[in-house]
Design a protein around this ligand. Structure first.
Ligand SMILES: [Zn+2]
Ligand SMILES: [Zn+2]
Length: 158
């Protein structure tokens, strides 16, 4: 019996993590800590938050606190709002193939190289109220334009 206990004890001792030594443990913890902080930072960026800031908060306090803080904060929709603003301004549109924002008058998507149909682009701009046809030459001009840039026709006031 004593022999068995001694054997078990030797097994436990051989498996003891203390063999790693304090220094190894210390550095391993630091590495995991930094890694988790980094993960929190990346996650923050995915949620439209400042990843660098959240990384530091995690590093200084705890990755757990960083993660909880991130969960407590609502998703930042600034990026989405920027796109929304560009679309509303009428100077940009959304490519229907790649879903990226491109200039409204662009004939080719800079993201996916899709060629937009010029006639369709103009028609859409007219329907959206950003462009109109000149009363004189029927070229497509800006809706607010007072003078046609093609024929020089002055729109009657009122
Ligand atoms: Zn595209
Ligand atoms: Zn004209």
């Amino acid at each position: 019996m004593a022999e068995l206990l001694a054997k078990i004890e030797s097994i436990i001792t051989s498996f003891s993590w203390s063999q790693l030594g304090f220094a190894s443990w210390f550095w391993l913890s630091i590495a995991i800590w930094v890694l988790l902080s980094f993960v929190v930072g990346r996650w923050a960026e995915g949620r439209g938050r400042n990843g660098f800031l959240l990384f530091f908060v995690s590093l200084l306090l705890s990755p757990l606190i960083g993660a909880l803080l991130l969960l407590a904060l609502p998703k930042n929709s600034t990026l989405l709002r920027d796109e929304e603003r560009l679309l509303r301004s009428g100077n940009h549109k959304r490519c229907h193939v790649c879903d990226e924002i491109v200039k409204a008058n662009a004939l080719k998507c800079k993201h996916c190289s899709l060629i937009f149909d010029q006639a369709a682009v103009e028609q859409q701009r007219i329907e959206e109220g950003h462009m109109r046809r000149c009363d004189s030459c029927a070229e497509v001009i800006k809706a607010q334009a007072i003078k046609c840039r093609f024929c020089g026709y002055l729109a009657p006031l009122g």
